[in-house]
Ligand binder design. Structure first.
Ligand SMILES: [Zn+2]
Length: 411
């Protein structure tokens, strides 16, 4: 059911060459219920390729977005780290873009409206855009107006008719999801007021390479962004990246500020970030072939570690059921034979099973109940500090966490 690529998403070059094949996997955010386990689970090819035209790293085959985003179980406010991040982001952008006096902000992929609440609390007018039907109640509950649908060239005019043009458009963790990049950027040009800015935050290819974060790869993420190909995309539409910032959140993100060409000053950060990318060779296919070989070695290391502990009589479980965990479990072939359960704080996931690997998901309190696990595989490894602090009691009683990426570490 996945559609083969019709060439590069950024530059339309037909030569997009595979370097990482993660096999055929279930959708990483479709957590089946007990009844669903009796039904066939759709699986789709998961392969990553490199564009010989512009260097953009992307999925080679893509699943239609409607299959992934209309019923969506990822909720931003489930993480303390993310809530604090959105508060900081709203403070920074309200000051930079002068929004405190009622300036209009659109957030694309607004999820549970956490970021827009932070903007509203600082004086901005807001609109959320998101296709997820099941998340509408969060915006309603928060009193944030929401446009239910995908953002693009076809929907931007309707949004402008309803609310006017925006001084600021944000997209946090949404930009890697967009297959029709040309339509998306055309929509930005329609919806941005003169002198307005688009600010995106996305997982960053340099950090993905550094941290061997292959589990960032799942069907929702059609693009893996570096600044180079991003500059090419916007320049093809008369826009430019005026500022590039690296952020520590998740496993490392890139924040880019984009304006129409000539409406803003391009600052030094753009050249600095580009120089780092060139130095690391992320614009060369050999770099990505070496990355895939490291993923193969990590798989052996993690599976050997878990099997060794199990053979020694240890009880094993997992912590965190993020989408990245779905990729890791499936690619490494880890199932209920190795992990008794997975603990996760999100009530939307508790009582369900991990996609493809079918490990039951329970509330974190289970870690302290008898028989409690000896070792817990930390699938949400990018939130290590936050989760270790939350689970201090489990560790005080002798419980250990296994960090699986970028190398096996037991803490
Ligand atoms: Zn390309």
């Amino acid at each position: 059911m996945a559609s083969p690529s019709a060439g590069c998403l950024v530059c339309a070059e037909p030569a997009v060459e595979d370097f990482l094949d993660l096999g055929s996997t279930a959708l990483a955010n479709k957590f089946p219920s007990a009844e669903d386990l009796g039904r066939p689970e759709p699986r789709f090819s998961l392969r990553v390729g490199f564009c010989h035209g512009c260097g953009h790293v992307q999925l080679v085959e893509r699943v239609p977005p409607e299959a992934m985003f209309t019923d969506y179980l990822y909720v931003s406010s489930a993480s303390d780290t993310l809530r604090a991040h959105f508060d900081d982001l709203a403070t920074t952008l309200t000051a930079r873009h002068g929004l405190a006096g009622g300036g209009f902000v659109i957030d694309i992929g607004c999820n549970d409206a956490s970021l827009l609440c932070a903007f509203r609390d600082r004086g901005a007018a807001t609109l959320g855009v998101d296709p997820a039907e099941n998340l509408a109640e969060f915006s309603r509950g928060a009193g944030i107006e929401r446009y239910q649908g995908f953002f693009g060239a076809d929907t931007a005019p309707e949004i402008v008719d309803r609310r006017g043009r925006a001084a600021l458009i944000t997209a946090t963790n949404t930009f890697p999801h967009i297959p029709d990049l040309q339509g998306f950027v055309a929509g930005l040009d329609t919806a941005l007021a003169p002198g307005g800015a688009f600010v995106l935050e996305a997982h960053y290819l340099v950090d993905l390479l550094d941290q061997l974060a292959f589990d960032t790869v799942y069907h929702e993420h059609v693009s893996y962004w570096a600044l180079g190909p991003m500059m090419r995309l916007f320049s093809d539409h008369g826009m430019e990246v005026v500022r590039a910032e690296r952020l520590p959140i998740h496993h490392g993100q890139l924040r880019a500020t984009v304006m129409r060409q000539g409406e803003g000053e391009v600052d030094d950060t753009v050249a600095e970030v580009l120089a780092v990318e060139r130095g690391l060779g992320i614009d060369r296919l050999e770099t990505w072939r070496a990355f895939a070989a490291r993923v193969d070695r990590l798989k052996t290391e993690v599976v050997d570690c878990l099997r060794g502990l199990k053979a020694g009589g240890r009880r094993l479980a997992g912590y965190g059921a993020p989408a990245k965990g779905s990729t890791l479990l499936e690619h490494f072939g880890i199932g209920p034979d190795l992990l008794d359960f997975i603990a996760d704080r999100s009530p939307l996931k508790q009582g369900r099973y991990t996609p493809g690997s079918h490990i039951p998901i329970v509330a974190p309190g289970r870690l302290l109940e008898d028989p409690s696990p000896d070792h817990v595989l930390l699938l949400a490894w990018n939130f290590e500090d936050e989760i270790l602090a939350q689970q201090a009691e489990f560790r005080r009683r002798g419980g250990k966490f296994i960090l699986p990426v970028p190398e096996v570490r037991i803490v």
